[in-house]
Design a protein around this ligand. Structure first.
Ligand code: SF4
Length: 397
């Protein structure tokens, strides 16, 4: 039976964090209801909207009607929405798909969590909270333009637990302005002490898509660009976290993700394993196995299109065999389960055996039987290794 993940994008935030390169906006709460109504309508009419956009829905599942087993409501800050709006989105899913949910995640920032909301989320069916903690150091949170402070984290976690949320994932960022060795150890230590089931650690990304990134490229100090840790320091933070989390009983199952056994994110694993998922909302992406498509990013344009009964899909990309192979290598090697070389050979008629052996001799990867993995201590330079591997792909005659 084919299973399907569903992602719902809520692109609204209370303020814009200085490092954020997501297409999210700060808007009046009056826009939340029309947006939620558009998402519900897109869900209810998805089959027709997809077909008019050139998407082959037959590719979504081997079964006539796929079953939704994971849902992820992300953003932005979806916890800003009134709980009944989130409940209506989940209800639209129940009315549109066969549903047997094993994991229903809501992204929630600490300052938005109140007992009433949390109880409503749990009653609606959310089983997992992806908690935007980011740091436990107020100076770093302030410099990054975050709304919450350390005390909000300690206020919010017991509220979530009391509401019956048994699966909480903490986000931490390595490389925030003003972060030091000591402050990183503090954030990591306080995270571990709160014993969440799952921890994600993201390395600070610097590009022209954020105010902080622009400041790094163009100069200035308003967003604390001169106080960013060096790349070497960030790599040290990451490696320190790997050791500490392992010692605390967390398994690293992906480059940025650690979980207590059994709490790996089932929804996010679909992305890395190239399993099908449907995205709803402005800027949401979808994948069927042979096509990738995306809605327009602008929330107002999205609402206008759906309200008129039109699709909001902006791009539909057909995957060629070489694009698929590239995805397989990039996504497969992000995971600690690694990549099955025999399957790659059979499916794509190519071999990466020679290059894998060369990289193994250089201590970058390990090959066990048919499985190729990045060495755990090389995960912080994974992109370079994967690019090198792609260069060594050879066609099998
Ligand atoms: S809360 Fe998240 S999505 Fe919103 S501005 Fe901050 S980093 Fe970006």
């Amino acid at each position: 039976m084919g299973t399907l993940g569903v992602y719902i994008q809520v692109p609204f935030c209370q303020t814009k964090c200085t490092y954020c390169n997501f297409r999210t906006g700060v808007v009046s709460p009056r826009r939340f209801t029309p947006y939620s109504e558009a998402v519900c309508r897109e869900i209810l009419e998805h089959r027709c909207l997809l077909e008019t956009s050139g998407v082959r829905t037959s590719a979504l599942s081997a079964a006539a009607e796929p079953m939704v087993d994971t849902v992820y409501v992300g953003g932005g800050t979806p916890s800003l929405l009134e709980p009944h709006l989130l409940a209506e989105m989940l209800q639209a899913l129940r009315e549109s798909f066969r549903c047997e949910w094993s994991e229903v995640t809501l992204e929630a920032d600490p300052e938005t969590i109140e007992a009433e909301n949390a109880a409503a989320w749990a009653a609606t069916g959310f089983t997992r909270i992806s908690f935007g903690s980011q740091s436990f150091v107020d100076e770093e949170l302030r410099a990054a333009g975050r709304m919450h402070r350390r005390e909000d984290i300690y206020r919010a976690v017991p509220i979530l637990r009391a509401a019956g949320i048994r699966n909480i994932s903490f986000d931490l960022i390595a490389g925030l302005p003003k972060q030091t060795n000591a402050s990183w150890r503090q954030s990591l230590g306080e995270t571990i002490a709160l014993a969440p089931e799952h921890i994600s650690i993201y390395m600070m990304e610097i590009d022209e898509g954020s105010r902080l990134g622009l400041e790094v490229l163009q100069g200035g100090a308003r967003y604390s660009a001169p106080a960013l840790p060096s790349e070497e320091a960030m790599a040290e933070f990451y490696e320190f976290a790997q050791a500490q989390l392992k010692a605390a009983g967390y398994l690293q199952y992906e480059i940025s993700n650690w979980a207590k056994p059994g709490f790996e994110s089932r929804h996010n694993q679909k992305y890395w394993r190239r399993e099908p998922y449907l995205g709803f909302g402005a800027g949401a992406h979808s994948f069927s196995g042979s096509q990738r498509w995306a809605n327009c990013h602008d929330a107002a344009a999205y609402v206008a299109a759906i309200t008129k009964g039109n699709s909001a899909i902006e791009t539909v990309d057909e995957l060629t065999p070489s694009m698929t192979l590239e995805e397989e290598l990039f996504l497969g090697l992000r995971q600690s389960e690694g990549l099955n070389l025999l399957r790659i050979e059979r499916q794509y008629g190519v071999s990466v055996a020679e290059k894998s052996a060369q990289l193994a001799r250089a201590g970058m990867v390990e090959v066990q039987g048919d499985v190729l993995r990045l060495r755990p201590e090389k995960l912080s330079v994974s992109n370079e290794i994967i690019v090198e591997l792609l260069r060594g792909v050879q066609a099998i005659a």
